[in-house]
Design a protein around this ligand. Structure first.
Ligand code: SF4
Length: 254
């Protein structure tokens, strides 16, 4: 039986102690009481745009781009009047700007034609993932942050910290999400997403996790691995294309 990782993806292996999970969640809640998305938005549509842009782009950079973009094109209706090339010119300082311009152009038109110009609260996860550029993670981010839905998006920080904590050993984002949503109470999914992101950014860094000052170290079976993998130059993060969600696996944080 595995002594270091509790692998929910493989029911034949040991299941994590819910006591430890509870202690970690409580500690993270105390550390990050105001955790929420760093992306700036005023409408669900704007959050969708910011989340699509955030793949391989920092939140700081996305906020700079969207502040500029939303001043002139604040909604789907106004963005849908632009060509793909015109949108690309407006988001040129964002990674993968050509493919993102194509997604935004197509998605803006669909949102105007099928939803009247904004992402409605009634939209389902399945409907969201049919929009160009919207994978499982992006849909979770929008549903959670715009509408308060219970959803747990797995980005590179969530993936890395969850694995080091032994909460999943799954190799892709979708199965990691499945493991986490079985472990974490539903009412805490959205907040846990933000807690794990902040912990990954501030303490459990990809290359040099600060285990010595980590408030959850006593409940973390990955502590030694994190240190030794750092010495080997491995960050333990979610690699591009490793999630079955495809496009969404490119993104890192919200
Ligand atoms: S003990 Fe180290 S590996 Fe575990 S969560 Fe804390 S920083 Fe990350």
């Amino acid at each position: 039986m595995c002594s270091r990782y509790w692998t929910l993806s493989n029911p034949s292996e040991e299941v994590p102690s819910r006591y430890r999970v509870r202690r970690v969640l409580d500690a993270l809640a105390g550390l990050y009481p105001d955790a929420r998305t760093a992306l700036r938005f005023e409408t669900p549509w704007q959050l969708l745009v910011a989340t699509i842009l955030s793949a391989q782009c920092t939140d700081v950079r996305v906020n700079i781009i969207t502040e500029r973009l939303f001043q002139r094109y604040p909604d789907a209706r106004s963005l849908a009047t632009l060509s793909e090339e015109e949108i690309a010119g407006l988001i040129r300082d964002c990674g993968l700007f050509r493919s993102k311009a194509r997604y935004l152009s197509q998605t803006a038109r669909i949102v105007v034609e099928e939803y009247g110009g904004d992402v409605p609260p009634s939209i389902t996860h399945a409907e969201m993932t049919r929009l160009p550029g919207v994978g499982r993670k992006t849909a979770n981010v929008v549903l959670s942050n715009a509408f308060g839905a219970d959803a747990l998006a797995v980005d590179t920080h969530v993936f890395r910290v969850a694995h080091r904590l032994g909460w999943s050993a799954a190799r892709d984002a979708d199965r990691t999400e499945a493991d986490l949503t079985r472990l974490i109470p539903r009412r805490e999914w959205s907040r846990a997403h933000h807690w794990l992101i902040l912990h990954g950014r501030q303490v459990c860094h990809a290359r040099r996790p600060a285990c010595g000052r980590c408030a959850v170290a006593r409940w973390c079976p990955g502590r030694e691995d994190a240190v030794s993998s750092t010495a080997r130059g491995q960050g333990g993060g979610l690699r591009e294309g490793s999630g079955s969600g495809g496009r969404s696996s490119l993104s890192k944080s919200h």
